[in-house]
Every structure is written in C-alpha cells, then in structure tokens.
Design a protein around this ligand. Structure first.
Ligand SMILES: Cc1ncc(COP(=O)(O)O)c(C=O)c1O
Length: 411
C-alpha cells in the first residue's frame, strides 16, 4: 500500500467490502412458524413472549423480565412502575437517543442533564450528584455505546439520596459490570430490540427487575394497567398505563435472536479490543475508554480527534476516512439532546405548559458532552467484521492520522 493517505492521492486502505452476515435465518423462521401455528399472537395466550421473558430473566439472574414494544416503551414502563409523576425530576445523559427522554416528558416529569466523562462518554457521578434537588426521584443511567456508567458510584449516590436507579441498556446488551450483567444492578434495566441493536425483532423492548412489586407494576405499565399473570387480579387499573404489549411474532424472533447474543457480543469484543490495541499509539486521536470494571459490548466505536495534535477537525478527519473506504461519521447525534427546539422552546405539547416551567435548556449546560460531540467520530461495529476489516481500518486510520499530524509538526 502507498504511504500517502487516500485524501492525498494514495490508494484507499479499505480494498475489500466489510464482512457481512444475515441477521435473520432458519432459527427465526422456525420460531415465527411455531408462533403462527399456535393460532394466537397474543402474548398472554402464546408461548414465545413468555419464553423470551423467562430466558432473559434467567440470563440476567433476576426474577422478572417483561417484554414490550420498544426501548422507548421499556423506559416509559420503568418510569411508570417507579411512580414518576408530573413535576418530578429525572437525571439522565445529554448524549442519547430521544427514546431515553421521551418517556420522562410523557410522565410530565423534568429531564435534568448530567455531564459526561470525556473518554468513557458516560454520566459523571459528581455531575449527577450536583443535579440532585428535592424534586429528583430517579437517575436514568445511559450505558452509551455498550459501556456501563460508573454503577458503583451511581448506586451508592442513589441509595444515599433515596433515588431509583434505572438503567438504559438499549445500546448495551451483553455488557457486564464487575462480572454482572448490566440492567440488574439498578432497580430496573431497560433494553431495545430495534433493528439496529445487538439483537433485534423489528421493534421491541425488555425490562428486568428483581423486585416483586416493580415486576407487577411493569406488567401493568405495559398492558393498560392490567396484570394477566395467573393468580393476579386482571382488571383494576390503579394508574395510567400504555398498551406496550409485545406480540408473539416479535417474541418468536426475539427468542431466536437471544440465542445468538453471546456469539454477537464476543465477536464484537474481540474485534474492538484488537482495534484499540492497533490504534493505541496513534497521535491526534483518543480512543474510547471503558469504565473501570466494565466489559463493554461495543455497540459502536467512538473516537475523538484532538484537533491541536491532529491538525484536523472531526469533519475533515471523517472525510479522510471516507476516502479510505472506512465507514465513519462525525458528531454522532450532532448536538446535545437539551439543544433540540423541543427543550429550548419548552414546546413538547402544542398547548399548555409543561412541568419543566422555567428550567433553561440550551448550549452550555454540559461542556464535556458538547466537546465530545464536536470532536467525535463514530465507526460502526458489526460482529461479522473480519481480520481483513481490522487490518484495513486500523491501517487507514493510522495512515491518515499520521499524515495530518506530520503537517502540524512541520509547521
Ligand atoms: C440509549 C438509547 N435509549 C433508548 C433508545 C430507544 O429505543 P427504541 O428505538 O427501541 O425505542 C435507543 C435507541 O436507539 C437508545 O440508543
């Protein structure tokens, strides 16, 4: 390969298409066929959703797992089960999907944004603590990119301040913290099975808990206030709930996907650890740093450029990587969640006022998170990526970074 990066006229580093494998195969087809043959697709009458729930609970070492329609629905159900009510405050991450925040607003509660660690990209416990007021009821910890938050610190903070710890594990299936599965460390853990996650069923979600009362509340939260489990009172809703029921079709696909999770996560781990090793000494970029005690499950691989050392900003470097044939995108979600007009203008609903009343949102709230988004580049990760992908991606990144950095040192 030429020593010049593609951006300077060299050959692209990536010469072979990325490894790919089908997400769905005979395993899902068999499960879906069995679901249809049941002649019911209703979760309370069929076997697939129940099997998914029982297997998932056992895998996570908890007593209860409740399936639902999406990751957003899983978080909404957890907030309902936690009794989050209008005017309550919930502390969460400014870099996340809207699915983390929508449920807070639908409960009439107020999202409060804690700043992030500059390299693990997860919520800083000291920033979370500084956000706590007498209205705070819960911390919604987002395990971004498949890396756990500092759960020991967050758990002791929540215990000390009497707060519920709810884990948003949408990006973190298979991630462990001090050897334990994430999601089972707070009172509730919420997962997404949307099309882009480690495992998928079109759209779907799971919530886990070890607490019997929360388990019952989660059943009701996902099914209009009803609990249809044997021996439970069926129809006496005591709080406002959604219809977030997973159907047997999603349940069937989810059962098959769950069987693939371990292989998916272990292959992602192997590939990403090797990439870290290969890029360790590249100047001008910083690599993602797993939270101490965490073994991430690598939903994506987010690096940051250090413009002074690299001599390029995130857009320029991402464009150089694209020329190398490397999939890369700058700035992830572009701006912090609290910069969206919905927050800045306090306009979640067309009319009326929302509980967040006078709380100001907008640029400047979380400096670390804003700096992360300014300088970050996301490299997608897939379990099917090969050794060749690894060599080509690592070589392309190193060669481009060294070329930019050589211009800085010769200035
Ligand atoms: C961190 C996080 N939380 C919540 C969600 C919402 O999940 P869903 O799209 O299944 O509603 C997502 C989805 O991308 C996510 O990444």
């Amino acid at each position: 390969m030429s020593d010049l990066p593609a951006i300077a006229g060299g050959e692209a580093a990536k010469k072979n298409p990325y490894g790919h494998e089908n997400r769905y195969d005979e395993a899902e087809l068999t499960q879906v066929r069995e679901a249809l043959e049941q002649q019911t697709l209703f979760y309370a009458y069929g076997k697939k959703v129940r099997q998914m729930e029982e297997t998932f609970a056992a895998m996570n070492g908890v007593a209860y797992a409740v399936a639902c329609t999406s990751g957003t629905a899983s978080i909404h159900s957890a907030l309902m089960a936690a009794g989050i009510s209008p005017g309550d405050e919930v502390i969460t991450s400014p870099i996340t999907d809207m699915g983390t925040v929508i449920p807070i607003l639908f409960q009439g509660a107020v999202p409060v944004f804690a700043d992030l660690h500059p390299h693990s990209y997860t919520m800083l416990p000291e920033s979370v603590e500084a956000c706590v007021t007498d209205k705070t009821k819960a911390v919604l910890a987002v395990h971004l990119w498949g890396n756990a938050c500092d759960l020991n610190a967050l758990r002791s903070l929540c215990e000390k301040r009497g707060l519920m710890l709810i884990e948003d594990c949408a990006q973190a299936f298979g991630c462990t913290y001090e050897g334990k599965p994430i999601g089972a460390i707070g009172q509730m853990g919420c997962f997404s099975l949307n099309e882009f996650k480690h495992i998928a069923c079109g759209d779907g979600g799971m919530i886990i808990t070890d607490d019997e009362e929360l388990g019952d509340m989660l059943r009701r939260a996902t099914d209009k206030g009803y609990n249809r489990q044997p021996g439970k009172t069926v129809r006496n809703p005591v709080f406002l709930a959604g219809n977030y029921r997973m159907t047997e079709l999603q349940g069937a696909v989810a059962v098959a996907q769950l069987g693939k999770l371990e292989s998916i996560v272990s292959r992602r781990r192997r590939w990403c650890r090797a990439l870290c090793e290969k890029l360790r000494d590249v100047k001008g970029i910083s690599l993602p740093r797993p939270t101490p005690g965490c073994d991430p499950s690598w939903w994506f691989f987010m690096i940051r450029v250090i413009p002074e050392a690299l001599g390029a900003d995130a857009d320029t470097f991402a464009a150089a990587l694209a020329k190398e044939g490397i999939s890369a995108g700058a700035h992830y979600i572009g701006q912090c969640v609290y910069e969206y007009p919905l927050f800045v203008q306090h306009s979640p609903f067309k009319r009326g006022t929302h509980a967040f009343g006078g709380r100001p949102y907008g640029k400047g709230l979380c400096p670390n998170a804003e700096a992360i988004l300014d300088t970050c580049i996301i490299l997608p990760v897939n379990e099917a990526y090969t050794e060749t992908d690894l060599e080509e991606v690592a070589y392309g990144i190193r060669r481009a970074a060294e070329w930019f950095a050589s211009k800085v040192s010769s200035r």
